[in-house]
Design a protein around this ligand. Structure first.
Ligand SMILES: [Ca+2]
Length: 245
């Protein structure tokens, strides 16, 4: 139900089927995504504003989160109170049911995402970037420019019918490269995208928010923070999982 989904969805399925889909989808993701250990992320939480199935929202109304908002081409990190409102889930709710959840904030501008239980954050303006063409596609690298920070996201692999075989997402910055996601095959309908780039933890290195979905009907926005680990530019620290209509 997430409004964040942009991938083409050929049909809708029932709420029950969604749950089956997401479980099989997650087990597949863990199996094929060698470099993205989604099952072992730290305790940090990620949240996006929008409408979701109830069990997808790991936040309560009134909680204070750090939110990143965009306004007039600028980006700001602020502590903000999250509002979670019960609403009718158009997929599975009967007339008198409200199991869906709407997440909103009162931040100025457009709230892009929220994080919690992530140390080292300081409020204030941030260098940031949103790509004009954010979809990750073979042979169409995304050039990132956030303030004086530069980088590139690139899909590598082999075109095979409606999919990319040996699919890899490679992030490059400061003269170094890192494969941050890979799968034996990635369907064209599972459209990954760069949601935001910038310097969230203010260490002078790029951080990325990428939807690393591998299903046409789901999104997995994942926050990759700059890392001091040897041989790594970034590492995943928080994610949210949402399925579609
Ligand atoms: Ca950073």
């Amino acid at each position: 139900m997430s409004l964040r989904l942009t991938a083409a969805r050929p049909y809708c399925i029932s709420g029950h089927m969604h749950r089956i889909l997401i479980s099989s989808f997650l087990s597949t993701a863990i199996a094929v995504t060698v470099l993205l250990p989604v099952h072992s992320l730290p305790k940090a939480k990620l949240l996006q504003p929008g409408d979701f199935h109830g069990d997808e929202v790991k936040a309560r109304s009134g909680e204070i989160w750090y939110g990143v908002a965009a306004q007039g081409g600028s980006y700001t990190l602020r502590k903000t109170k999250v509002k979670v409102t019960l609403m009718k889930d158009t997929v599975g709710d009967s007339d008198n049911q409200k199991t869906g959840k709407r997440v909103s904030t009162r931040m100025a501008g457009r709230t892009l995402f929220l994080v919690r239980d992530l140390g080292g954050l300081t409020e204030g303006p941030l260098p940031g970037f949103i790509a004009a063409a954010p979809l990750l596609q073979l042979n169409k690298p995304i050039k990132i420019r956030a303030g004086n920070l530069h980088g590139q996201l690139e899909v590598k692999g082999i075109r095979q019918d409606q999919a990319v075989k040996n699919y890899k997402v490679v992030f490059s910055t400061m003269g170094r490269s890192q494969t941050i996601y890979e799968a034996e095959s990635q369907s064209d309908q599972a459209q990954q995208q760069l949601l935001w780039a910038g310097d969230l933890n203010r260490d002078g290195r790029l951080d990325l928010l990428i939807d690393v979905t591998n299903d046409y009907n789901a999104s997995i926005p994942t926050l990759f923070l700059s890392s001091r680990s040897k041989g790594k530019l970034i590492k995943p620290v928080a994610k949210m999982v949402a399925v579609g209509c």
